[in-house]
Design a protein around this ligand. Structure first.
Ligand code: SF4
Ligand code: F3S
Length: 266
């Protein structure tokens, strides 16, 4: 049993900022170290893998060949479709890499809003023709873990569920795991009593802001944003944007940037 092979995971990065992987490195349960040393075999990941160049591409090819039908694919970043040359690795376009890698996968996890919905690369005017993973992969189970970046323990939680039960968690209509995305930020926000009483901060430094009143009139998108920030929080459960005095910008929602997520006081 000690020699049993850990499940193979390959992690592809396309049009992204590396924030999703940065976020994953801050997971506290399970930590990234626990994941890659004890639970999975992370066979390909540009940023943290030891091999580079041809050796890195050989690792990907080997993982696909030896784990046909069994490996998990994680993807961060959107896929540019306006021109194959907008994103390539080892001479292959991002779209081809995704198609070829997903072909033998057990499932694909879209890590972050760019992979799940197109995210910032897809924001108007979308010069690269960016699309989501689900626009290209049509014949595999897909789990969307949106967020810009996603909450690290939400991602490790999905992976842990798959490793423990051999199945994907229950998903909603946008392929998000219901256990983390069933409620809005507003449903669980600790400032909600102030919202219900009509006590709103009007500026970021007024008396209401100092007293921790609701940030809705400063543009908080919590009422329309599904994510687990208000319960799971960030940095090991320390805080989340609203607790730090800044409203939610809806970063886990489709097209959040084009929907005006920056702060425009109402
Ligand atoms: Fe809702 Fe945002 Fe106000 Fe919290 S700060 S109660 S999420 S509107
Ligand atoms: Fe994103 Fe809103 Fe959470 S901005 S990090 S979904 S509080």
């Amino acid at each position: 049993l000690a020699k049993a092979r850990r499940p193979s995971v390959v992690y592809l990065s396309f049009q992204e900022c590396t924030g999703c992987l940065e976020s994953l490195t801050r997971a506290h349960t399970a930590s990234l170290e626990t994941l890659i040393f004890d639970l999975i075999s992370l066979d390909y990941q540009h940023t943290i893998m030891a091999p580079s160049g041809d050796a890195a591409e050989a690792s990907l090819a080997q993982a696909i060949k030896e784990n046909d039908g069994k490996y998990l694919v994680l993807v961060d970043g959107a896929i540019p479709m306006a021109d194959a040359g907008y994103g390539t690795v080892a001479g292959h376009s991002f779209a081809d890499i995704l198609r070829d890698t997903a072909k033998g996968a057990a499932a694909v996890i879209s890590v972050g809003t760019c992979a799940a919905y197109g995210g910032l690369p897809k924001a108007n005017p979308n010069p690269t023709g960016a699309v989501a993973v689900s626009d290209i992969v049509k014949d595999k189970p897909i789990v969307n873990v949106p967020g810009c970046p996603p909450i690290p323990v939400v991602l490790t939680g999905v992976i842990a569920h798959y490793l423990t039960f051999g199945t994907l968690p229950e998903l909603d209509h946008l392929n998000r795991p219901k256990v983390f995305f069933a409620d809005t930020i507003h449903d669980r926000c600790y400032r909600r009593p102030f919202y219900d009483q009509g006590k709103f901060a009007k500026t970021f430094d007024d008396e209401g802001a100092r007293r921790g009143w609701c940030l809705y009139e400063l543009g908080c998108k919590g009422p329309t944003t599904y994510n687990a920030c208000a319960t799971v929080k960030w940095n090991g459960g320390v805080s989340f944007p609203i607790e730090s005095g800044h409203g939610c910008i809806g970063c886990s929602e489709p097209n959040f940037w084009d929907k005006g997520s920056w702060y425009t006081p109402l």
